[in-house]
Design a protein around this ligand. Sequence first.
Ligand code: NAD
Length: 481
Amino acid sequence: MPSFQHLIDGRMVDAADGGWRDVHEPATGQVYARCADGNAADVERAVAAAAAAAPDWGRRPAGERAALLRRMADLVEQRLDAFAAAESRDSGKPVALARNVDIPRAVANLRFFAAAIETWDGASHAMPGQAINVTLRQPLGVAACISPWNLPLYLFTWKIAPALACGNAVVAKPSEITPCTATMLAEVALEAGLPAGVFNVVHGEGPAVGAPLVAHPQVKAVSFTGSTRTGAAIAAATAAQFKKVSLEMGGKNPAIVFADADLSDANLDTIVRSGFANQGEICLCGSRLLVQRSIYEDFRERYLTRVKALRVGDPEAAESDLGALVSKPHFDKVVACIERARSEGGTVLCGGQAVQLEGRCAEGWFVAPTVIESLPADCATNQEEIFGPVVTLMPFEDEADALALANGTGYGLAASLWTRDIDRAQRMASALEFGIVWINCWMLRDLRTPFGGVKQSGVGREGGVEALRFFTEAKNVCIAV
Ligand code: NAD
């Protein structure tokens, strides 16, 4: 059985107290590996190693750091199939998705921030006859990177790459539910020749590892992606130490379809994907589908035909559109949310139950893609994040109605809008209370753009120079002339 160890100070090591936790394969429900079960003592060792390594790493030329990130990217890319298979096994997502999206994106993250740090312009401001101001962007020292289970390597590298590129040493904590590819990346970092202590990975549960990590006085910044509840705990735990925090949290995203939208087959496929990709376990998934009343019935029929055609199956099978949900507790939560929707008066139009597969996946955690209508906007189903393959359909009358429904939750991560009317698109885009608005597309990502949410979906932005700014401290040097 595979064992996933920590990476601390340039060595793969067991937990300080020798503890292990079980790692499950969601498609089979069986334990397939074990993972070091870290605690505060492991965090202490990792932070000490990072603090010792940070000054030298931060002084190295950007090109040298970039070259090491590129070497890591090359090694991941060379092992694309192994990484994709591991990600699929660990998280339940279809292997094709891991192969086409998760792992290539992890490679792109490493390469993107290698290039970004080499091309990042400094700032200077002249005061003619008096002085010139030069703004230095200096590394922070030790940065904590904490990631969730839904896009394990994709989101892990999205944090680690800019943190390292900027010259910080990193203590990273992947989700305890999906520790596999973070461990493989740790091995890649060793092979690539990253100096000891520059990149550390500590496994374990949030309260045991994440909490002491964010509270550690030598950790200067925390980059977190996960639930709003954990984000709030991190904000509270770090506030009194005035740490930099970037929090990417939950969502209840709307997809808004106007009667004038181009509902070509390709666009309908994208709208379906926006609800059900990765079993709906993407923070950007549109879980509230708002459709203008004049086309509601026609749209519903075409949409349902497509959703019913989605195949739930073994993540290893090329034809599976949806794999398994990530864990038994999450599976139970999603099934309970569907029951709650029924009790709130919702009509289940398709799905609505667990899927029982045969053979090796008989004990797996599968849920049918589920579409529900006839629910009020303010019910729990339409207000709380479910994070599974569950979409609600709601009709709206006009632009004002659509806007009120879209903005009418505590979240504000991403909205997608489908219309041919450019004036309407612009009006809606400026009035939608979201960090990301997609018009006639979904999850089209340029890594240079700011990424993040408003309201309970987030604080701060990742991506491009936003990430470089986050992982550095600006110091203005004013030189008299
Ligand atoms: P989670 O909050 O349970 O866990 C996220 C990470 O935080 C894990 O590594 C966990 O161990 C750690 N953690 C838990 N308690 C902690 C504590 N007290 N201190 C420090 N770290 C702690 O989230 P999850 O269930 O792994 O992920 C799903 C959530 O992530 C969903 O809400 C989803 O919307 C969100 N998400 C958001 C984005 C985004 O970009 N906004 C992207 C992906 C997922």
